[in-house]
Write a protein that binds this ligand. Structure first.
Ligand code: PGA
Length: 243
């Protein structure tokens, strides 16, 4: 059975003062029956170490060290206390031109450092309107997910680009279609494909979490805006516990 995961992506938000929200969240969900992960900016990872909550990075370089000014390696994230790292988030693919091959290399770096890779995939609105969503998903799965991926070292997050930060959410049928397709591809390619945790991401809120978590093969969420405040993220965690 896939493990359930509620993951928060703080993106480029969060100062030391924001740790209060994490303390509140950790206190509330210390006994959660699902996995809870927060990916704060890298500057805050080590400050989260005393919290009974897992933390992750938002990106990593493929190399372990070297002359790459401004980059952070998976080993550095692990050293700071991270347990996971997002790879291939659409904002990285769009803002930094990251290719599937680079996302795969970063995911391999995560494995090398002992981190879980949360590999993000998803179509743009133009691709959905053109009817190519499942082709895009196939290409991203083939190109971004390394052959050494397992249900233990990898989570797949399906995030339609047009649903991220927009308040627009696909229909439940659209989510179901893509998640079933991803599951089928993973089962074909990996011996433990039925155990991979599959997340939905894109405008998940307390008000829509329960219906999204009821969709087959949705094992949790990757949450941006609604993960910044404990009062917004808590209902999502609770909905996943009850799913
Ligand atoms: P959102 O972001 O929840 O703010 O739409 C999701 C994400 O980018 O992971």
């Amino acid at each position: 059975m896939p493990r359930k995961l509620a993951a928060g992506n703080w993106k480029m938000n969060g100062l030391a003062a924001s740790l209060d929200a994490l303390h509140t969240l950790a206190d509330r969900h210390v006994d959660a029956s699902v996995d809870v992960l927060i990916c704060p900016p890298a500057t805050l990872i080590s400050a989260c170490m005393n919290l009974p909550i897992s933390v992750g990075g938002q990106d990593c370089h493929a190399n372990a060290s070297g002359a790459h000014t401004g980059d952070i390696s998976a080993e550095m994230l692990a050293d700071a206390g991270a347990k996971a790292v997002l790879t291939g988030h659409s904002e990285r693919r769009a803002d930094h031109g990251e290719t599937d091959a680079q996302v795969a290399a970063k995911s391999l770096a995560a494995y090398r450092a002992g981190l879980r890779a949360i590999i993000c995939i998803g179509e743009t609105l133009g691709q959905r309107d053109a009817g190519t969503t499942l082709d895009i998903i196939d290409g991203q799965l083939a190109g971004s997910v390394p052959d050494t991926a397992t249900a233990t070292n990898t989570v797949i997050a399906y995030e339609p680009v047009w649903a991220i930060g927009t308040g627009k959410v696909p229909t439940l049928d659209q989510i179901a279609e893509v998640h079933a397709h991803i599951r089928m591809r993973l089962e074909t390619r990996f011996a433990d494909g039925s155990d991979f945790t599959l997340l939905y991401g894109g405008s998940v809120k307390g008000s829509n979490a329960a219906e999204i978590f009821a969709v087959p093969h949705v094992n949790g969420a990757l949450v941006g805006g609604a993960s910044l405040k404990a009062d917004d993220f808590s209902p999502i965690i609770a909905a996943l516990e009850n799913a």
